[in-house]
Design a protein around this ligand. Structure first.
Ligand code: GLY
Length: 345
């Protein structure tokens, strides 16, 4: 199949999948809408604002926004084209939270589904549970009409194969000569991918919705679940306060329920930037107690970035170390800006 036909059929499959569980639009309100995302989410915030302006639910808008990245075979951090686990199998994690109902749903280690955030919405709407994993999550998705697709693109397979062939000089896998290794493989292997996309949306009625979706840590042990599908860790919201989400090394957030902590700090009156910095300090202090999570200089190993949006439209992005970026749409225009780091290196 030509690339154009492949992308056209992917787009058609995406659109019908995204209709599952989406609410019809209602008349738009007068509140100024806002959308924030991780640095890979410029298209997501643009789409989300377009939808909430037409009266769509803020969670539906966030899900459609991140779906653009989930369906992009060139993005190796999420959905189609995401980097696989150590066995070469793509396993996805995603969660959603809905402000007006304080509903939440998630799926973890789900295979063969391009839009796990949309499945998480159906877990929230059509089950009494919050989290489904592995084969159970896939059966649930199939029952609700989500089509199965092969998520391992040829590009992602080649990147995985090179990792497999080079990781242990004592095993029997042999890499090709260095000069035969394509540039995209070299670029993708350094550093290890922990990419994810988060999106928080404030709609024209002042209501919040958010989602976080990921293919998780590249080359993970099969079955490893990160922070993204864990409500409170990879995302959290309170419709009276604000919304927060994260990307980066998920274990640091699992050990601190960081997104819930950020929302709690905003509840106490902190600006999103101060709430994020406070939680970055908490992570840096607590996690550096474990020698396995400590760098040689004594600081915590691994980075996480946070994105927070308050009910009254204040927003911030922050991370433990430099390098994080966030996308923001303030209702007028969308842009990507750096996250403020806690430490300078
Ligand atoms: N933050 C994404 C992950 O660790 O899986």
């Amino acid at each position: 199949m030509s690339r154009r036909r492949f992308l056209a059929s992917t787009a058609a499959a995406s659109m019908s999948t995204l209709a599952i569980g989406a609410a019809p639009p209602k008349p738009a309100g007068h509140h100024r809408p806002m959308a924030i995302s991780s640095g890979n989410g410029l298209r997501a915030v643009e789409k989300a604002i377009e939808l909430v302006r037409k009266g769509h639910d803020p969670l539906d808008a966030a899900i459609e926004g991140v779906a653009i990245v989930e369906a992009d075979p060139k993005d190796h951090s999420v959905g189609l084209g995401g980097l696989p686990n150590e066995d070469g199998v793509v396993e996805l994690d995603a969660a959603v939270m809905h402000g007006p109902t304080h509903g939440g749903g998630s799926v973890a280690s789900i295979r063969n589904i391009m839009h796990p955030a949309a499945v998480a919405r159906v877990v929230m709407q059509r089950s009494r549970h919050c989290l489904l994993v592995g084969p159970g999550a896939l059966r649930f998705a199939r029952a609700h009409g989500f089509p199965e697709v092969n998520l391992l693109t040829d590009e992602a397979r080649q990147i995985w194969l090179h990792w497999k062939e080079t990781r242990d000089p004592k095993d029997d896998w042999l890499p090709p000569p260095e000069e035969n290794v394509a540039a995209f493989i070299r670029e993708a292997l350094e550093p290890r991918v922990t990419g994810t996309i988060h999106c928080s949306v404030l709609d024209t009625h002042g209501d919040l919705g958010c989602t976080t979706t990921t293919s998780g840590l590249s080359w993970k042990i099969p079955g490893r679940v990160g922070d993204s599908p864990i409500l409170g860790a990879g995302l959290f919201l309170d419709n009276e306060v604000g919304s927060a989400g994260s990307t980066g090394v998920g274990e640091l957030n699992l050990l601190n329920l960081s997104s819930a902590l950020i929302v709690e700090q905003m509840r106490r009156g902190l600006h999103p930037k101060d709430a994020i910095m406070d939680v970055c300090k908490t992570i840096a202090t607590r996690c550096a107690r474990d020698p396995r999570r400590r760098r040689k200089d004594g600081r915590v190993a691994g980075n996480v970035s946070f994105y927070a949006l308050s009910k009254d439209g204040k927003f911030a992005g922050g991370s433990i170390y430099p390098g994080g970026r966030m996308a923001v749409h303030d209702g007028d225009h969308a842009r990507v800006i750096p996250c403020d780091p806690l430490f300078d290196r």
